[in-house]
Design a protein around this ligand. Structure first.
Ligand SMILES: Cc1cc2nc3c(=O)[nH]c(=O)nc-3n(C[C@H](O)[C@H](O)[C@H](O)COP(=O)(O)O)c2cc1C
Length: 147
């Protein structure tokens, strides 16, 4: 809605590039990029990170719809990280986590959750989550932000 979650997506991407310069990182907005094109990138990737701000104690419908599509494709042996900004209750990372788990992804810790706007205190968690999805392997990591 106001780009906080988008900023987190770019922070995670930058952290992955810093930790593993050979890893290709791509950032998508599921409400703007063709959903099939993003799915093709997921197919080619070892790991993804999916985020959404919290809206009505839930996630954006665009992200929810995309995650339903993801589940239908029954991917296996892929990792995922979750992230999102919130105002007062902050359910979105947990909702995304459950949907990714249902879709067969191994969802890593920690989830990255920011109150209103991403601050510097998100950086530590961003680095940890980036390390967890990289698992010190070389490969691709696509980041799918949720705006
Ligand atoms: C219509 C609407 C509903 C919201 N509902 C919630 C909510 O249920 N719980 C919550 O923690 N924050 C809620 N928020 C606050 C947003 O999650 C918060 O502003 C967040 O920083 C937005 O992230 P963004 O910058 O990525 O859009 C809501 C905001 C709007 C506009």
């Amino acid at each position: 809605m106001w780009d906080g979650t988008k900023q987190l997506a770019h922070k995670i991407g930058a952290e992955i590039s810093r930790l593993s310069p050979d890893t290709r990182v791509k950032v998508f907005n599921v409400s703007k990029t063709n959903k099939n094109d993003i799915m093709t990138e997921v197919f080619k990737s070892r790991a993804i990170a999916v985020g959404s701000p919290t809206v009505g104690r839930n996630i954006l419908s665009s992200v929810g719809g995309w995650l339903e599509f993801l589940k239908e494709l029954k991917f296996k042996k892929k990792k995922a990280a979750v992230f999102g900004c919130y105002g007062w209750s902050g359910e979105s990372p947990q909702v995304v986590r459950q949907k990714l788990t249902d879709a067969g992804f191994e969802v890593v810790e920690p989830e990255i959750k920011c109150n209103w706007i991403p601050e510097e205190d998100a950086t530590g968690k961003t680095a940890e989550a980036a390390k967890a999805i990289l698992n010190k392997e070389q490969g691709e990591a696509n980041i799918s932000p949720a705006l």
